[in-house]
Design a protein. Sequence first.
Length: 501
Amino acid sequence: MRSAARPWRLSATALAVCLTVAAVALGETPIPTPSQGDAPSPVPSPTPVPVPSPAPTPAASPSPSPSGVAPSPGSSSPTPIPTPSPIPTPAAAETYLLPGNVSLDVSLGSANVSWSAFNSTGGDVVLYEVALGTSSALTSVKNFTAVGTSLSKDFSGLSLNVGVQYVATVRATDTVGKQNTSSAQATLASGEIAVSTTENTTASLTASSGSNESEAVSISLNLAAGALPAGSSLLVAEVSNFSDPTIGNTSEFISTGVSAVGGSFQLAEVINGATQGGQLRGNDGILLQATIPNSVSASRFILLLFNVTRSAWQDASKTCATPYTAYNQSSRVFEARVCHFTQFQFFADDSTTSNLTNTSVALANDFTGATTSVSLRFNLNTTLGKLSSFVAQFPGEFDLSSATAGTVFGVDGGVSFSKSGQQVTFVRSGDGSVITANSFIELQLNNVALPSAATPTGDFYIETRDDLDRTVDIASAVAGPAIVCRTDLAARTSVVSSVAG
């Protein structure tokens, strides 16, 4: 007989094992099995695993309806189809207009410009244009002039200046409109000007020293009618390598306070193609006007000419029979008359004067009415050159009408003598040597008549002049000797005789 069925039971331990296995299968943390005898702990609820939310889908922008009416809410629009980008067009190849080589020849009245063909990579050159001017004003003589496709241009009827650097500019244009330029420079070094025997002849030049245009001197010349014979011409030329300005020696010349301004230039007479020097005919010579540049700060200027015979510079204006020179400070225009054909140079004159020392005047006889010798004695303060001179002004009590030059001590070489009223001048001839500073000088003058009455005489004035005839050292008030009566002279003679006896 079968026994009655017994109910199925699980112990607590078995139940815990089952739960653990199930948790592992589900990926949960197993619940620890309680030890026997321990009070069962409450079973915690399993931690829920968060489920990630799906990313929101951006709403498509509604496309406008063909009629321009906005779509109804909730309706969907079709996705627009992107327009393809255009395919870029390849850039056109760059073209070039390569310049040619330009040459320039100038004379007083004309200019010739020629050039090699410009080379265009984009087409042919269809036009050339030519301009003439200076570096600071490219079209100052002639503006751009079209010449078609010719490769040369002659300009005539010009009035160009000697000593100026001119610039010719050629501009080319090709079939695609591209332009380019090329240029050439040329300096008008000299020019011959036909002269008239009945009218004055004018000319212009610029005396510049190298590339320093800021110190260039602009000069205009006015040659008197008849100063040159018929058939001759006036040569005007710049001199790039002019003779050293030697006055005694170069260092002495510089020390006298004179510095060159601009460049040197030459004036000459041309007869039958041959260049002549020497002196102009007549007394009017050439009137020269020069504009001194503002960059030169001196307040006095001098025009010198080079004396070939003496190898020295001289004041150009004082070589004329009628000397003339003037300077307008406000307009900065210097004027001078020149009467020789030679080389010229402008100089700024910053010289100063100083005083002679140990000055005195001695008489060979000092009694009234005597004709005697007078000695002027002094020491130089400044060195003098070979063409220097000495000037003395006598007080009115002395009669110089028959005076002649006596011995000159301290000066070698030839010395010439001249007088005008109460002034006498001793001029060195250039064949001696330089006289150094502090040298003792004595100038003797013979046949000077003393006044007929005993009286103190006035003061003497003495000055030295350099090779340019500029005052160097002065003595403005040298006391004159007293003139004594003949009776005083007889008394002095008797006293001397008694002492001697």
